[in-house]
Design a protein around this ligand. Structure first.
Ligand SMILES: [Zn+2]
Ligand SMILES: [Zn+2]
Length: 89
């Protein structure tokens, strides 16, 4: 299960290629891993249509679009949740 540097994978969710080393999920790009599982988000730096850090090409699945729309509406409750999480230790 070693990940070679520079190895790319295809994201199960959005279908974008991404750098395997950049994501903590084995089948999700960092962007989808963030939205679906709360992993740290990549500070994408786009060059020639894809992120130079994680390789994500900007694809967003319909499901993720829904999550993002909900997050935009519920930004305040999201922040409250994060505060509760960090205060709970
Ligand atoms: Zn993805
Ligand atoms: Zn990125």
């Amino acid at each position: 299960m070693d990940i070679e540097p520079g190895q790319t994978k295809c994201c199960d969710e959005c279908g974008s290629d991404y750098l395997a080393a950049a994501s903590q999920m084995s089948h999700l790009c960092p962007e989808c891993a963030h939205w679906l599982y709360g992993y740290p988000r990549c500070g994408h730096e786009f060059a020639e249509g894809r992120c130079s850090k994680c390789g994500w090409d900007g694809s967003v699945s319909a499901y993720l679009r829904t999550l993002q729309a909900q997050a935009a509406v519920n930004t305040s409750s999201n922040e409250a949740m994060q505060r509760t999480r960090s205060a709970g230790r």
